[in-house]
Structures are given as structure tokens and as C-alpha cells.
Design a protein around this ligand. Structure first.
Ligand code: ZN
Length: 242
């Protein structure tokens, strides 16, 4: 089975329902819409605007015909991580009615701590599990991305906890290149770096995950290359290393 994650930017200027049909007609399941989130901010008006934008994302996911949105939860460096987490909790909680009505699940993606300043105050799978458990809705779970979580000594334990809670909503793979020269866009093909991808995949599967394994390689280097060649490299790296 083949699937695709749709970025909201890519929907700009398109008819969303028709785009979903076009992808399905080409044999692709729509795994998720990426991304919602960015809840924290010191300004109340901005926080409200973020929640409204997430409501819009839920509508878009519904129109597109996918049942999942990945949340990059956000952070604001001018306040504490604790305060940002509180605002993330409030933000996600205020979306539950909309999520349920649309049948769209929200997957909290914990991000590597190098992004704790502006991208996410949720930096470990333990924190994501805590958040999902405290919100306690079947519409809120966790996205496990090896790039963000591979270093965590509690990773296996927390993946099992997530699975037991039925909250393991997504699994993303790529590799951590050494050295990494760009914090955002220097991810490697599977096998190019130091992440034990197969081991983590075995934990995720042991925890009961049966969904798509999403290859997510943000890379200035690969994006400059011929994209059909890049896709071939992705397929071969997936076969050999995932
Ligand atoms: Zn990811």
C-alpha cells in the first residue's frame, strides 16, 4: 500500500476535495495532513488565531479525506517551556469538539530538544504521552518520529506505553546525519546516519502499530536533486534499512 502525507502549503489555491480524489485515483492513501499546532504565545489574540487556524486545518483534513493531523505544538522563547506546555494543553483541548465532529485525530509530534525554543515545547515521547493522557480523548495521540526521539533512553518504554494507550497514531522515519549541517533541512536517507531505525520500528510494531511508515526527509541537498531519482533512493533505502 502506498500513502502520502499532504502539506497544508501544497493545498494553497487548490480545491481540497478534488485534490484528495486525485491522489486516491492515483492509488495513494492520504496518511495525514501536516501540520497543525503552534499554540503557544504570550499574546492572547495570537493564541486564539492559532486555535482558529487549527480548526481550519481540521476542516481541510475532513475535506481532503484523511483522518489525521500531525501537530507541531509550538513554543515561545519569551516564556517558560512549562507555560508553553500549558498553552498547548489548552489549545488541543479546545479543538476536541471539532476533531470529534470531523472524525479527525490529532497526533502530537514530540520534536528534538534543539527545537524547544520556537517549534515545540514537547520534546520527549514521555511528555507527549503525558499530554495525551491528560487530555484523555481518543482523538488525541502521538506521532513517533525517529529523527526527534532516537536518543531517548526511555524510548522503548514510552513507545510501549503509547501503544498500550492506543495512542500511537503515526511513525516517521529518516536518518540523523553526522555531522548535521542544518538544524531543519539536513535529514538523511535511512542508512545514512546513526539512528537504529529497524530496532525502533520493531518496538513500534511490538506496541501494536499497523499504520503507514512515513519517510520524511527534509533536505536541502536531496531537494535540489532530480526528484524521481530521489524517490528511487528513498525506496531502496527503505528496503535496505527500514
Ligand atoms: Zn515527523
Amino acid at each position: 500500500m502506498k500513502g502520502i502525507t499532504v502539506w497544508r502549503d501544497a493545498l494553497a489555491g487548490r480545491k481540497i476535495r478534488e485534490t484528495g480524489d486525485m491522489l486516491r485515483d492515483n492509488g495513494l492513501s492520504i496518511v495525514s495532513l501536516c501540520r497543525g499546532g503552534f499554540f503557544p504565545g504570550t499574546n492572547k489574540v495570537k493564541r486564539k488565531a492559532a486555535i482558529d487556524d487549527n480548526r481550519k486545518a481540521i476542516e481541510e483534513a475532513f475535506e481532503l479525506g484523511t483522518d489525521k493531523i500531525v501537530l507541531v505544538c509550538g513554543a515561545d522563547p519569551s516564556q517558560s517551556l512549562k507555560e508553553s506546555r500549558k498553552q498547548i494543553f489548552e489549545g488541543i483541548s479546545s479543538l476536541l469538539t471539532d476533531a470529534k465532529a470531523a472524525g479527525v485525530k490529532l497526533a502530537i509530534e514530540p520534536l528534538h530538544p534543539m527545537y524547544a525554543d520556537t517549534r515545540s515545547a514537547i520534546n520527549t515521547i514521555g511528555q507527549a504521552n503525558d499530554m495525551a493522557e491528560s487530555i484523555d480523548s481518543k482523538y488525541v495521540g502521538v506521532a513517533v518520529d525517529v529523527y526527534h526521539l532516537w536518543w531517548d533512553p526511555d524510548l522503548k518504554k514510552e513507545i510501549m506505553r503509547c501503544g498500550k494507550n492506543n495512542k500511537l497514531f503515526a511513525f516517521h522515519i529518516c536518518d540523523w546525519k553526522s555531522p548535521t549541517v542544518d538544524m531543519l533541512n539536513d535529514r538523511g536517507l535511512m542508512g545514512e546516519g546513526c539512528i537504529p531505525i529497524r530496532k525502533i520500528r520493531s518496538w513500534v510494531e511490538e506496541a501494536g502499530f499497523k499504520g503507514f511508515i512515513e519517510v520524511e526527509i527534509f533536505s536541502n541537498i536531496y531537494w535540489q536533486q532530480d526528484q524521481s531519482e530521489f524517490l528511487k533512493k528513498v525506496v531502496s533505502a527503505f528496503k535496505d534499512h527500514a
